[in-house]
Write a protein that binds this ligand. Structure first.
Ligand code: PEP
Ligand code: MG
Length: 896
């Protein structure tokens, strides 16, 4: 097996080989192929990672000789030799999963140095200080990430930093002097002390053989695939463990040889707001790690023109080449060594939803991509970022800007400030809105960043850890707000004469980069203002226009329709404005949550005689009829699936003493009577209890009332010119006979209403498929049902035998153990529940070839589930009103 792929003069791989070579390795190969300047090297494949874990952390036998050939190839291209005493080859070792993954071991630089080669490097470069500084950094990095010499819980500082501080104190009486002040002698002494530290802590000598160093570093990369932070990250982004990581070994180039050198990170366009501009930053006389670590604040890339104009123009040329070749915005790392530019990495740039939208629209205009590709370039699960509120304009004008920073993640966020990730998580768990404020962030802060509404840092540029991660998560982020003085010990932030404590409110505008004191009210996104509130100013914004363009393309591509789950005329109006083509589910019991309607509902449930029940139903009928009329009107001729009552009893019973007393007073009956009925009706498993069509089977008068309400409303709406299309849906059907009995009532009432009102109503009757027996006997059920709608909430609950209400306590552990990748109540369990759906579709069509098929469980708004429904050949998905754009985008992506 081939485990090692070369890149350089001879390149084995290419950009399509990400599963095998990882993202970094595949793109290094691709850059070599298109003639960009890349230092030579090789990639060890992800298959070695898989082997490593399958075989007790050992390597395949053939690996060593292939690595030796890889090193030999670098030696031939550079004229240097690994471990050589005159012209030693030094390499970097970097991880490279399919997608870059914060939390994994990142980089070891200057590998190959030891007590002998350092002298050779000093002689060759005629720069002893440079050589010893490289060596000192190498021992420190390697000791930390490969040999595990790290801060212990009882220590305040990294152990290597403590050693440096002590030496500075001894020699200069000040542990805060800059590293650049250290002499060759100091650095030599540091290397000695570092090695001593390694021996004490790791219990072994620092490896001096370059080959031992290389094998150790590769092992550390593979080992880091399973560290906690990497696991947390994979879980959040659903990255399978079995993908594994590759390892890249590459000849070193130096950005820290003096003022003709430097390192930087850049994007071919602005990844925060999408503007077409060269975007990024660099540091003169620095290695790449210094730029992303956020320790020195770098300069914007445009200013490179003033320092090294030749290198700047070369980078502009590379920027254009990259976009033309990859046809997407690239995020790349470069090093300039003595004025010559080298590319160390390129990848598709992480971007906010706003930037993704603008890139996609602009690139179609520039003819870089077609409109179908533009649809795919907008991540469906990020789209709701565009619908998130922005600060209320009037409020923001009144607020005081206390600091400004870089606008790193657009949007508006207000919250209580916390200065540490654990406390931010704890506060968010209590339901507080949280802003995580840090001097700079590191991968340890990931949990806190996930929990926070927004992230604010005092240091670091637009490519700092905070900025990258925030953009990817769609968090609001302002970074490098250098006026903030953050004191972790006192838990305070001091800025322009004011001091804020943990728990105080701050607000940040990640579009402008502003920081405000206090809490600021928000206003709806321009898209919502434009579509739902017909706000003409909002409609004139670029954001609104781009969004509507994208939705137009989606409509052109889509086969699967998107309907909405709506219970009120207002929700219906919103959904139609977002492009819904009908209602897939009206939960009629939800119509009684409002105001004192619940009383009539409770009376109906508690009634213990037909007479009492009919009296309560008579009160419910006009409410329902009015609501249905409003919905038909808002739908403008689109169909409405009206689901008959399905009230899980525990959600509707008056359970508290107060509710019971209140209801007794209103009904003018003794409270004891109510208590008695509540007691009689109590269920141990309400979700499997007296709900769905079971209610109408036992009390047919309920079905009759609902049929009357729907059909009378339809009759009126029809007379008023609104073209209603009611689709009456009977829930929780497992037996054909259940449906037959209910449908008979509907037809009987329909005949009566049509005769009374002298209109012909265009209605259909169908059922939900939401219990396994319904799916398995769908051929029988389809004899009566004119349509099916998959109720995947209940179908998941009953297929998996996991309560939709009570699974929270163990689902987390299930996902951690990778028994299931995603929460099955959020994203369809395709192999299990999906199979039941497949059976129902096939059997339903056997009986009724043109049966209309939809889904109305919560899964209808989940992009992966929507794509699955497209594959199954459903007619529509139905989701909550604000998810409609997400579902439309996912449906279009499934079709292009
Ligand atoms: C379902 O079960 O998927 C469904 C849509 O119905 P409900 O959530 O009201 O039970
Ligand atoms: Mg259901």
């Amino acid at each position: 097996t081939k485990y090692v792929y070369l890149f350089g003069k001879k390149t084995d791989g290419n950009g399509t080989m990400k599963p095998l070579l990882g993202g970094k390795g595949a793109n290094l190969a691709e850059m070599c192929r298109i003639g960009l300047p890349v230092p030579p090297g090789f990639t060890i494949t992800t298959e070695v990672c898989t082997y490593y874990y399958a075989n007790k952390r050992t390597y395949p036998a053939a690996l060593r000789s292939q690595m030796e050939a890889g090193i030999a190839s670098i030696e031939a291209q550079t004229g240097m030799k690994f471990g050589d005493l005159e012209n030693p080859l030094l390499v970097s070792v970097r991880s490279g999963a399919r997608d870059s993954m914060p939390g994994m071991m990142d980089t070891i630089l200057n590998l190959g140095l030891n007590d002998q080669t350092v002298e050779a490097l000093a002689k060759k470069t005629n720069n002893a200080r440079f050589a010893w500084d490289c060596y000192r950094r190498f021992v420190q990095m390697y000791g930390d990430v490969v040999l595990g010499v790290q801060k212990r819980p009882n220590e305040d500082h990294e152990p290597f930093e403590t050693v440096i501080g002590t030496l500075k104190d001894e020699r200069y009486g000040n542990h805060e002097i800059e590293d650049t002040k250290l002499t060759v002698e100091d650095l030599k002494e540091l290397v000695l002390r570092f090695k001593k530290l390694v021996l004490e802590r790791a219990g072994k000598d620092f490896p001096s053989s370059p080959w031992d160093q290389l094998v150790g570093a590769a092992g550390a990369v593979f080992g880091s695939w399973m560290n906690d932070r990497a696991i947390v990250y994979r879980r959040k982004y659903n990255i399978p463990t079995e993908w594994g990581t590759a390892v890249n070994v590459q000849a070193m180039v130096y950005g820290n040889t003096g003022d003709n050198s430097g390192s930087g990170v850049a994007f071919t366009r602005n990844p925060a707001n999408g503007t077409k501009e060269f975007y990024g930053e660099f540091l003169i006389n620095a290695q790449g790690e210094d730029v992303v670590a956020g320790v020195r604040t770098p300069e914007p890339v445009a200013q490179l023109k003033n320092h090294l104009p030749g290198a700047y123009h070369e980078l502009e040329r590379i920027r254009a080449t990259l976009e033309k070749h990859f046809k997407d915005v690239q995020d790349f790392e470069f090093t300039i060594q003595e004025k010559k530019v080298y590319m160390l990495q390129t990848r598709n740039g992480k971007r906010t939803a706003m930037a993704a939208l603008k890139f996609s629209i602009d690139m179609v205009k520039e003819k870089l991509i077609d409109w179908q590709t533009a649809i795919l370039r907008n991540p469906a699960d990020q789209l709701d970022q565009l619908l998130a509120p922005v600060f209320d304009l009037a409020e923001v004008k009144k607020a005081a800007v206390i600091a400004t920073g870089l606008p790193a993640g657009p949007g508006a966020a207000s919250g209580k400030v916390y200065l540490n990730a654990d406390r931010a998580v704890a506060a968010a768990e209590k339901g507080e809105k949280v802003l995580l404020v840090r001097i700079e962030t590191s991968p340890e802060d990931l949990r806190g960043m996930i929990a926070a509404e927004g992230i604010l840092t005092a240091r670091g540029g637009v490519s700092s850890h905070a900025a990258l991660v925030a953009r990817q998560m769609g968090k609001v982020c302002v970074c490098g707000a250098s006026a903030l003085v953050i004191d972790y010990d006192k838990k305070t932030i001091t800025v322009s004469g004011q001091t804020f404590n943990e728990g105080d409110y701050l607000s940040i505008d990640g579009t402008a980069g502003n920081v405000y004191a206090g809490q600021i009210a928000t206003a709806p996104s321009e898209i919502i203002a434009g579509l739902v509130h017909n706000d003409t100013a909002a409609q004139a914004t670029e954001k609104f226009k781009s969004f509507t363009q994208l939705m137009k393309w989606c409509a052109q591509a889509t086969r699967l329709q998107v309907r909405t789950n709506a219970d009120t005329p207002e929700q219906t109006r919103v959904a139609v404005a977002f492009g819904a083509t009908g209602i897939g589910l009206t939960r009629t019991e939800h119509m009684f949550f409002e105001g004192n309607r619940i009383d009539a509902m409770r009376e109906m449930i508690l009634a213990d005689s037909l007479e009492d029940r009919q009296a309560a139903l008579a009160k419910l009928l006009p409410f329902q009829r009015d609501d249905f009329y409003g919905i038909f009107k808002a739908l403008k001729g689109f169909p409405a699936t009206v689901r008959f009552l399905d009230p899980p009893l525990h959600e509707f019973l008056p359970n508290s003493k107060e509710q019971q007393m209140d209801l007794a007073r209103k009904m003018n009956i003794p409270v004891e009577k109510i208590m008695q009925r509540v007691h009689e009706l109590h269920e141990f498993n309400p979700m499997l209890g007296f709900r769905g069509c079971r209610l109408g089977i036992k009390y047919p008068e309920i079905t009759a009332m609902q049929a009357r309400a729907v059909l009378e409303a339809a009759a009126q709406a029809q007379k008023d010119g609104f073209k209603p299309k009611p689709e009456i849906m009977i829930p929780l059907v497992g037996f054909k006979k259940e449906l037959d009995l209910q449908v008979a009532i509907v037809h009987e009432v329909a005949a009566a209403v049509q005769a009374e009102k002298k209109v012909k109503i265009n209605y259909t009757v169908g059922t939900m498929i939401e219990v396994p027996r319904g799916a398995l006997t769908a051929d029988e059920i389809a004899q009566t049902a004119q349509f099916f709608s998959f109720g995947t909430n209940d179908l998941t609950q009953t297929c998996l035998g996991m309560s939709r209400d009570d699974s929270g306590s163990f689902l987390g552990a299930y996902q951690e153990s990778e028994i299931m990748k995603k929460n099955p109540f959020a994203s369809i369990d395709q192999t299990g529940v999906g199979q039941l759906m497949g059976i129902a579709i096939q059997k339903g069509r056997q009986t009724r070839p043109d049966i209309k098929l939809g889904i109305c469980g919560e899964h209808g708004g989940d992009p992966d589930s929507v794509k699955f429904c497209h594959k199954l050949g459903l007619t529509y998905v139905s989701c909550s009103p604000y998810r409609v754009p997400v579902a439309r985008l996912a449906a279009a992506q499934a079709a292009v």
